[in-house]
Write a protein that binds this ligand. Structure first.
Ligand SMILES: *[C@@H]1O[C@H](CO)[C@@H](O)[C@H](O)[C@H]1NC(C)=O
Ligand SMILES: *[C@@H]1O[C@H](CO)[C@@H](O)[C@H](O)[C@H]1NC(C)=O
Ligand SMILES: *[C@@H]1O[C@H](CO)[C@@H](O)[C@H](O)[C@H]1NC(C)=O
Ligand SMILES: *[C@@H]1O[C@H](CO)[C@@H](O)[C@H](O)[C@H]1NC(C)=O
Ligand SMILES: *[C@@H]1O[C@H](CO)[C@@H](O)[C@H](O)[C@H]1NC(C)=O
Ligand SMILES: *[C@@H]1O[C@H](CO)[C@@H](O)[C@H](O)[C@H]1NC(C)=O
Length: 353
């Protein structure tokens, strides 16, 4: 997973987290017993069924969704560590920001082409929270700090001022399993301006509709609690359109690949269509981009997507007055199935005031 920042230096960063803060009046239970819906749950209804009408309402609704996602599948995001120290060393244009001990130095595969002027922070997430197999749970420096039941996937690196990174313009990206982490980080960490999950597939920009039973066997991306729900997904009062919607109104551009069925391409598209309703309701439809093509290997960047990537980076990381309109497309190649939005989205989209 990489963090992108508008700046001069190039940094290797390790570290931190951030919980969702909100008004005390917002009730955020971790579960919602009795829920049942075969379609994508309506993001515009509070847990008690009352409608979300305003942007302030959405602030609370977002917190409810974040609490449910943690409660059912992601595990609990721990609070910030009480003390957080960092050292920064710079050598030419390369530096290391070390926040707490993690020295595996494992490099992260898969990447997007980063334009000039953007600093890249390689985030050693696998050293912090291992994700090799289903028996990787609880391994890594993060768990020494928080215990083996904490969630590490939403943990984000934060930046020492010495690194000369503009912390108003931080992005996060990663491909495949690191794309899952990138979306989790962007959803929960409001200081991230732009989230770019690449081919994160099932369980991230993909919905939980088809392969939940399989994905919990593969690795430790979900909390153990999620195993209780993989055969009864309709009781989940959210889906991954909700996770993507938590990024709104900030920038989000997701890239998916239709050549691999295990990336659940139809659900990735359906989730993005579901998430788009929230960006629309907030009046920032163009802050969400989605591109889904085939013709390339997993995590190999196809050059014909660079236009959308550059537009999102120019706008959200470089602060340029650039349009991100019109980057929401799929080739609709879904292995003989099609996405029928009237089956999956049976709610109306309000205009939040
Ligand atoms: C559609 O919406 C209604 C009302 O919110 C809900 O009760 C129902 O289960 C939904 N799902 C489907 C698949 O019709
Ligand atoms: C940063 O850390 C890596 C891994 O330990 C090391 O290889 C590299 O030389 C360090 N770079 C600087 C500028 O300190
Ligand atoms: C960790 O989670 C497991 C499974 O849910 C539970 O049995 C255990 O008590 C938890 N441990 C702690 C320290 O919370
Ligand atoms: C991009 O190129 C790939 C082949 O490299 C092709 O399959 C795909 O249709 C193209 N997509 C667009 C939107 O041009
Ligand atoms: C941004 O660009 C648009 C279209 O070119 C223009 O209408 C608008 O005034 C510009 N906004 C700013 C703040 O420069
Ligand atoms: C989509 O689903 C709706 C509701 O079941 C149905 O009326 C419609 O014919 C379907 N559209 C397509 C293109 O299959």
């Amino acid at each position: 997973m990489k963090l992108l920042g508008k700046s001069l230096g190039v940094v290797v960063a390790l570290a931190v987290r951030c919980a969702i803060a909100g008004p005390a009046s917002c009730d955020t239970p971790a579960t919602l017993p009795g829920f049942n819906n075969a379609a994508l749950p309506d993001p515009f209804l509070f847990n008690d069924g009352t409608p979300v009408l305003t942007k302030d309402d959405w602030t609370c609704r977002r917190q409810q969704l974040g609490a449910l996602i943690q409660g059912y599948e992601a595990g609990f995001l721990p609070p910030a560590p009480e003390t957080l120290t960092g050292t920064f060393s710079l050598s030419g244009h390369t530096g290391n920001l070390t926040v707490f001990a993690a020295n595996d130095g494992k490099s992260i595969s898969g990447s997007i082409p980063i334009p000039a002027g953007i600093a890249v922070l390689n985030y050693a997430n696998s050293a912090i929270a291992q994700q090799n197999t289903a028996s990787s749970r609880g391994i890594g420096t993060f768990f020494q700090l928080y215990g083996s039941n904490a969630t590490a996937s939403a943990m984000t690196a934060w930046v020492n001022p010495a690194a000369l990174i503009n912390t108003q313009r931080i992005g996060v990206t990663g491909c495949s399993r690191d794309g899952k982490g990138a979306l989790m980080a962007g959803a929960f960490e409001e200081r991230i301006a732009l989230t770019i999950p690449q081919e994160s597939g099932s369980g991230n920009s993909g919905s939980l509709v088809q392969t939940a039973t399989e994905i919990v066997m593969e690795n430790v991306w979900f909390s153990v609690n999620f195993e209780n729900f993989v055969n009864t997904l309709n009781v989940l009062p959210y889906d991954h359109h909700s996770l993507m919607a938590m990024v709104a109104p900030r920038g989000l551009v997701a890239y998916e690949n239709t050549d691999f069925i295990w990336l659940s391409p139809v659900s990735a598209f359906g989730d993005s269509v579901g998430a788009r309703t929230v960006f629309q309701a907030l009046g920032v439809e163009d802050n969400l981009g989605f591109e889904q093509i085939g013709g390339h290997e997993h995590c190999v960047w196809p050059a014909n997507l660079t236009a959308s990537l550059d537009a999102f980076i120019d706008r959200f990381l470089l602060g340029q007055n650039v349009s991100t309109e019109g980057f929401f497309a799929t080739n609709n190649v879904f292995n003989g199935v099609s996405f029928n939005s009237s089956l999956w989205l049976n709610f109306t989209v309000p205009t939040l005031t």
